[in-house]
Every structure is written in structure tokens, then in C-alpha cells.
Design a protein around this ligand. Structure first.
Ligand code: SAH
Ligand code: SF4
Ligand code: F3S
Length: 458
């Protein structure tokens, strides 16, 4: 699932003197990578929420759709004036657009000092040294197939974090025909279970209550290394870590979701009852063109099996409308799949042709923009009705909520999350941030719930 672009800033109590403005676009992988950028620079740089105040500006970019890529260009364009005012300012572009564009970025934006891909972030300290010594236009976009993600256990950039991500594998080998990720993130490489456990222990020591294991395709964790457990084995190992209260994972590929993993929802108390299972399309014909390796019926069967093992599971999905060659009938199959599964929430996107991908060569089959927009609207209209009905059914229930912070709209209120990953807003004192409380759901809204604290949870 792709997160909305989010700023990551924090009032840090680090000892460094220089200031880093870090802006993150894209998915949870990028959020995790941004956290690591701050960690590798810890001691030298403190985070600042203000770009005009920074000594170093790092933009962690996303290339999943054209719109995401364009956002990067417009933001980086606006940074030019800071550089003109303060020539000592260092500007670096990291992440997936950096990986994709490499030297072209440096040519197009000569005021950028540094371009680095997802693997390049670990060389930030040495590259910054080179820049301080007068070097400019540094490029670090080598993509190694066997790149070991370093173990980092230094403090997280945000003080008192409630939840965090831990990457268990990088890259993707699936090559869905629309997707740029395998081209910018490289091949699938699983991390050693010992590193994963050590990183989890480290974040728990900092007070984290909820960990989400991350990968583009977590179900293939460990498949390439005999000595590593399978993904379900890893889940069982991690769930056994005593101080961990809540465990989640994302993203699963429907083709690889094994019975073992499904059973974990039944067996493991810490594993929250939520699964994000991107379907992409409800039409078997389109799924085949997307290279997804499952049919509509197989997807529906998986959902049925899951619901029978864990009836309370909350399901979310991603889907693409207007994939090349998508007919009205194919699109109707997507609508009917939404009606059958009844997701709590969906993330739907208009197909956007991406460089390097197979489908980008199918321009004869492109769907006109107006039709894509109309289909997207219809998907959202239908989901609004389904999601609201699902949320409405929660009214009156008492849910265990982990309090994450202040409510986004009304800072008089607290915001937290149920085990099913539903956001709940409610009145309560700030000291409850990071705690578990029982909340009685009083009202359903479209993407969140309102409630009232009924008691502290155990
Ligand atoms: N690894 C995850 C998804 C990562 S990308 C998975 O396999 O599901 C997040 C979402 O962006 C995808 O699920 C897909 O719905 C969407 N997406 C990817 N490429 C896209 C494209 N070219 N156009 C529109 N949406 C796209
Ligand atoms: Fe992209 Fe498909 Fe890999 Fe997900 S599984 S990252 S959609 S190629
Ligand atoms: Fe994530 Fe965007 Fe890269 S979705 S993997 S940041 S292209």
C-alpha cells in the first residue's frame, strides 16, 4: 500500500549542530528509509521541520505513478531559491525517482548536489564529507542484487515513537507489467532473521508498541535462503518477542499467501486482525495481462479461507482502473469483486504508464483519461457505501485502541488505531499517547470512527 506523502519531522534532542530537513514521498519503504537517513546522520544533523532553516535538505522520492514523480520535480524546483540565497546549503535527492533518473536529475537540476538510490542512503555520511570538501554532483545509484540492508539500532529520529516499520526484505521479483518497483528497488533479498529480531528489540526498547514488518512481497520472505525461516516461521518468531504488543505486516501478494500465514491470524495473539491484500483488478483477463499469477476466483477463494479462519479480519486492498485494454466488462468485474469481498478500505489509482515497464509498450490499448477518471469515481462511490456500512456495523462495539497521537483534524482529541487498523478519534488526556485503551465506538465516519474511552486496556 502506498502511504500519502508525509512529512517526517521531529523535535530531536540529538547532539548534532547542523539541521536536516527531510521530506518523504511514497510508501512505507520510503518512510522506513527516511528514518534510516536520519539515523545514519544522527550526531551530525538534527531534524528540522523548516526547509528555509536547514543546512541539508533531503527529498526521498516516489516514482510509482507519473503524478508522484511530478510532485518531486515541482518541490525540487522550489528549492532552487534556497540554494541561491544560501550557496552552502546541500540538496540531495534520494529514493525511487533518484534511482530511475540518476544523472538526468543532476543535469536537469544542476543546483542539486547529490542523487542517491534506496541503497545509496547508507553512504550518506561519506558523500556529505565529499561535498564538504568541495565535490558537487555526486551520483550514487548502483543497484546491487545482493545488497545487505545494514543493521541499525541507533535511536529512532522521532522521540517516543508508538509504532514503526521494520523491513524484512528489499526489492521485488514479481515484475507486474505496470510496476516500476522491481526496476528501482532491485531483486528480492531477505534480511537475516537475527537482524530483524535485533532491530525489533531496539525499537521496543525505545517504547514502540506496534511493529509492521515490511516488504513489497513479504510472503516470499526466506525463499532464497535455506537457513532462513519461511514468512509464517518468521511471524511466529517475532510474535514471541515478549515486549511486543502488536504486530502487522505489509504487503502480501495474493499468489503467495500460504495457509500457514493465514493460520497465524488464528494462532498469534500479537498479530492484528488486518490484512492488506492488493487485488489490482477483479477481471481474470486483466490480472493475466498484469502478470499477477492468480485469477479472480483464486483471490476470492483466498478471502473465503481467511474469513473462515479469522471471521473478524479487516481487509483492505489496492486496485488500478483503466489498465491498458480494460473493457467495461472487465471493470464491472472489479466492481462486483468489491461488492463480494467488502473491504474496509481501498486504495484505488488510475493506471499510469511507467518507464521500463512492460505495459508502457501497450500504448495502442491505453484507456482515455476521462474513462479512467469516471471508473475511479465509480469505484470510490461504491466503496464509500461499502466502507461506511462496515464502519457503521462497529458502532456500539468496544475496541482495544493504541493511542498514537493527537487527532489530525481536532488537536483537542486523541487519535488511535484498532487492531483492525481503523482510525478512531476520541477525547482523552495526552498522557495516554503510547498507551492502550478500550474505546466504545459511538459513530462511524467515512474513513474513521469516533468513540469514547470506556476503560484502560490491560
Ligand atoms: N508491493 C505492493 C504494491 C506496491 S505499489 C503489491 O504488490 O501490491 C502500491 C500500489 O500502487 C500497487 O498496489 C498498485 O495498486 C499501484 N500502482 C503500481 N504501479 C502503478 C501504475 N503504474 N499506475 C497506477 N497504479 C500503480
Ligand atoms: Fe510492484 Fe507487483 Fe512487485 Fe508489488 S508485487 S512491488 S505491484 S511488481
Ligand atoms: Fe515505494 Fe514509490 Fe518506491 S511506492 S518503492 S517509494 S516507487
Amino acid at each position: 500500500m502506498e502511504a500519502n506523502s508525509e512529512d517526517m519531522h521531529a523535535t530531536s534532542q540529538n547532539t548534532g549542530h547542523k539541521k536536516l530537513y527531510l521530506r518523504t514521498f511514497g510508501c512505507q519503504m520510503n518512510e522506513y528509509d527516511s528514518q534510516r537517513m536520519a539515523q545514519v546522520l544522527h550526531g551530525e544533523y538534527n531534524l528540522t521541520p523548516r526547509p528555509d532553516d536547514a543546512d541539508l535538505i533531503l527529498i526521498n522520492t516516489c516514482s510509482i505513478r507519473e503524478k508522484a514523480e511530478n510532485k518531486v520535480y515541482s518541490l525540487v524546483g522550489r528549492l532552487k531559491k534556497f540554494k541561491e540565497q544560501r550557496p552552502d546549503l546541500i540538496i540531495g535527492i534520494g529514493g525511487c525517482v533518484a534511482q530511475q533518473e540518476g544523472r538526468r536529475l543532476l543535469r536537469r537540476m544542476p543546483y542539486v548536489d547529490l542523487v542517491f538510490g534506496p541503497q545509496g542512503l547508507y553512504s550518506l555520511p561519506s558523500m556529505l564529507k565529499e561535498i564538504e570538501n568541495g565535490k558537487r554532483g555526486i551520483l550514487c545509484t548502483e543497484l546491487r542484487d545482493d545488497f545487505p540492508i545494514p543493521l541499525i539500532t541507533s535511536p529512532l529520529p522521532e522521540p517516543n515513537p508508538v509504532r514503526t516499520f521494520v523491513t524484512i526484505m528489499q526489492g521485488c521479483d514479481n515484475f507486474c507489467t505496470y510496476c516500476i518497483v522491481p526496476h528501482v528497488r532491485g531483486r528480492e533479498v531477505s534480511r537475516p532473521p537475527g537482524d530483524i529480531l535485533a532491530e525489533i528489540e531496539a525499537v521496543l526498547n525505545e517504547g514502540v508498541k506496534e511493529v509492521t514488518l515490511l516488504g513489497q512481497n513479504v510472503n516470499s520472505y526466506g525463499k532464497k535462503v535455506d537457513a532462513y525461516p519461511s514468512f509464517s516461521g518468521l511471524l511466529r518468531m517475532v510474535a514471541g518477542v515478549p515486549a511486543l504488543r502488536r504486530l502487522r505486516f505489509t504487503t502480501s501478494h495474493p499468489r503467495d499467501l500460504s495457509r500457514d500465514v493465514m493460520e497465524c491470524f488464528q494462532d498469534l495473539d500479537t498479530l492484528c486482525e488486518h490484512l492488506h491484500l492488493p487485488v489490482q483488478s477483479g477481471s481474470t483477463r486483466i490480472l493475466k495481462r498484469m502478470n499477477r499469477h492468480y485469477t479472480r476466483d483464486q483471490y476470492l477463494k483466498t478471502i473465503e479461507e481467511l474469513k473462515s479462519l479469522c471471521p473478524e479480519i479487516s481487509l483492505t486492498t489496492d486496485l488500478i482502473v483503466g489498465f491498458p485494454g480494460e473493457t467495461d466488462a472487465d471493470f464491472k468485474d472489479t466492481l462486483s469483486l468489491l461488492r463480494t469481498v467488502e473491504f474496509d478500505q481501498i486504495f484505488a489509482f488510475k493506471y499510469s504508464p511507467r518507464p521500463l515497464t512492460v505495459a508502457a509498450g501497450w500504448s495502442d490499448d491505453y484507456i482515455p483519461e476521462e474513462i479512467k477518471a469516471e471508473r475511479l469515481n465509480r469505484v470510490f462511490e461504491l466503496q464509500k457505501e461499502i466502507g461506511f456500512r462496515r464502519y457503521k456495523a462497529m458502532e456500539g462495539r468496544v475496541e482495544e485502541v493504541l493511542v498514537e497521537g493527537l487527532s489530525k483534524k481536532n488537536t483537542e482529541e486523541l487519535r488511535g488505531r484498532t487492531r483492525g487498523n481503523h482510525v478512531v478519534n476520541f477525547l482523552g488526556p495526552q498522557r495516554l499517547i503510547g498507551e492502550f485503551v478500550n474505546v466504545k465506538i459511538s459513530k462511524a465516519c467515512y474513513h474513521s470512527l469516533r468513540g469514547k474511552i470506556s476503560s484502560p486496556a490491560g
